[in-house]
Design a protein around this ligand. Sequence first.
Ligand code: SAH
Length: 252
Amino acid sequence: MIGIMGAMPEEIRHLIPHIQQVSRKESGMREYFQGILHDTPVVLVFSRMGKVAAATTATNLILEFGVEEIIFTGVAGALHPELRIGDVVVGQHLYQHDMDASPIMPRFEIPLLERQYFETPRLQTDRAMAAVRRFFEKMDAYISEAEKTQFNIQAPAVVLGDIASGDVFVSAHAHKEAISEGLPGVQCVEMEGAAVAQVCYEFEIPCTVIRTISDAANESSEVDFPRFIETIASNYSEGIVLEWFRQRKDLI
Ligand code: SAH
């Protein structure tokens, strides 16, 4: 069983109709959609936003539904100056940028785990990169020319890179700079990925985090983020996750 997560309904809603023999189950204020996607048993859920919401949902996916792997799909604010709205980041190292128990332990270190980040296995990042590339090739089936023009999406890129999660919507240049200064090289910022990665690390199952850039984590985010979420975030998640499962099926 594979768990598919998003933080917001918009990040998963287009996937629901693709699940066969779907059944719904409510648990802990979340609605889980269980069924078959490309011959694979799956359970789909939106966790709500933030690290606690994501961590409890991931834990429940593992304990109540028995998932052996989690794939998280959603949006993020860009930290790297070359990232554009519509580009995709596949998480390699996942940091919690608001974790700071210094001076007792180094900044960003996760207490008792003696690590500052969670790493995604190579098999998972390879699969995710391939799925995003295939989605880009077929993008016209998911996103109209008008939508692409609206967001100035021309030749979107996919990068394998580091992601920082924290319980804050970053919408000020100074804040973005401060995060980049503490964690140089991090590509984008969001609010759940590293929490899910921590749960998966502790339960020893693989986790993949795939994030589409919805905004530049600055003063424009207030406008860019809701527009992106309303219009095309669901299409990206749908296309990327479907390609991920298609490709996985081809490999079995
Ligand atoms: N006020 C917003 C809250 C958005 S939270 C609302 O009304 O819905 C932003 C969500 O998108 C989180 O799930 C997070 O993972 C992601 N995200 C996108 N851009 C982000 C940014 N600039 N900073 C932090 N999280 C961001």
